[in-house]
Design a protein around this ligand. Structure first.
Ligand code: M6R
Length: 361
């Protein structure tokens, strides 16, 4: 069932253009957004996004989208903290629970915790028959198909795509986007399958970089804005399957501590498409390069033109809009973790100590 791939993870990474095209087909018709009727952001005064692991990072990206596009106050938390911290909930609030399996114990418990205290409980799941799907008022399946590898890949990018469409629905319902603005963002998302396909073409380049990364003891990932959670996701993916210690940081937080770790033995992956924060991230990149770090830069053509000299390896990703960029930049992060794990000879699909579905808290 690996369809000729060596690992399920490789198959699932490669499947993403098709998976994302399928999700778009479900939620984006010729007439525009085709999300469930009942998904109403009009009077929502607070959005609460809760999940674990990779699904939590998808929520963390979505916060930037919901806040900027729809102007809704947003909080994002991991389920195991959320459910025990007396969160302040609003009867006009909407709570969104994101889970590939739909069975994660803490996420399900968090959902039960808010029921009755918020206006709407929404589930974004991959398994449509799951507990979270059953217990949510409104369910948006991500249509990624079965994900077997313990490391979540296609479910992450499909979660991002569905959350982006939800943020656009919210912006539209709240009168925050004119028709042209909405169409521009929709065009950005319609391009995602093709852009992800182009990102996959970097596979051989990433595999070569991974040979070096496999020698490292520690790896840092940096990003800003919607790419900050991508830094967290890149680090999680690398540590869970290659067992190399990795940390993701907001690039601006570097000089508040983690830069002390940096020397010529610590590769630093900088995730920086040419967006409104690019110049800021570049100055953080210069700071780590000045400490001898070998930088791997994920950017696009405009970013390559402005990055300056001294970058150890650059991956040139296709140019993507503000919503598509985090989805596109997930691909080299997945490939880097995958090829590093293969180089180290670890069990890619079944990493030690981990289960695909965490049904105990
Ligand atoms: O099934 P879920 O999406 O609720 O699972 C959440 C996490 O356990 C999961 O994303 C985990 O972090 C993955 N192994 C990451 O690759």
């Amino acid at each position: 069932e690996k369809a000729g791939y060596r690992h399920f993870m490789a198959k699932e990474i490669a499947e993403q253009p098709r998976v994302l095209a399928g999700a778009l087909e479900h939620y984006l018709g010729d007439a525009g957004l085709a999300l469930p009727e009942g998904l109403d952001f009009t009077g929502v005064d607070r959005l609460t996004l809760v999940a674990c692991g990779t699904a939590h990072y998808a929520c963390a990206v979505a916060r930037y989208w919901f806040e900027r596009l729809a102007g809704i106050p947003c909080e994002v938390d991991i389920a195991s903290e959320f459910r025990y911290r007396d969160p302040v909930l609003s009867p006009r609030g909407m709570a969104i629970f994101v889970s590939q399996s739909g069975e994660t114990a803490d996420t399900l418990a968090a959902l039960r915790h808010v029921r009755g205290a918020v206006g709407a409980v929404v589930g974004v799941v991959n398994v449509p028959t799951s507990s979270i799907a059953r217990e949510a008022d409104i369910v948006l399946p991500i249509h990624a198909g079965p994900e077997i590898g313990v490391a979540s890949t296609k479910a992450f990018t499909a979660q991002l795509l569905v959350l982006a469409l939800m943020a656009l629905r919210a912006a539209d319902q709240r009168g925050r986007l004119d028709a042209a603005g909405l169409e521009r963002h929709l065009a950005d998302l319609r391009g995602v399958p093709g852009l992800v396909n182009a990102a996959l073409a970097l596979d051989a380049e990433v595999a070569e970089i991974a040979q070096h990364v496999a020698e490292a003891q520690d790896v840092l990932f940096l990003g800003r804005g919607p790419l900050f959670p991508l830094a967290l996701e890149g680090a999680l993916k690398l540590k869970e399957i290659s067992y190399i210690h990795a940390e993701g940081y907001a690039a601006g937080e570097l000089k508040h501590g983690p830069i002390a770790l940096v020397d010529s033995h610590v590769p630093v992956v900088v995730i920086a498409p040419h967006d409104d924060l690019f110049a800021k991230t570049m100055s953080n990149m210069q700071e780590v390069m000045a400490r001898g770090a070998q930088v791997v830069l994920f950017t696009d053509a405009a970013g390559v033109a402005e990055a300056g000299p001294g970058v150890w390896r650059t991956l040139t990703l296709p140019t993507a809009g503000w919503l598509a960029a985090p989805i596109v930049h997930a691909v080299p992060a997945q490939l880097l973790a995958y090829h590093t794990a293969v180089a180290k000879g670890t069990d890619v699909d079944q990493p030690r100590n981990l289960a695909k579905s965490v049904t105990v808290e």
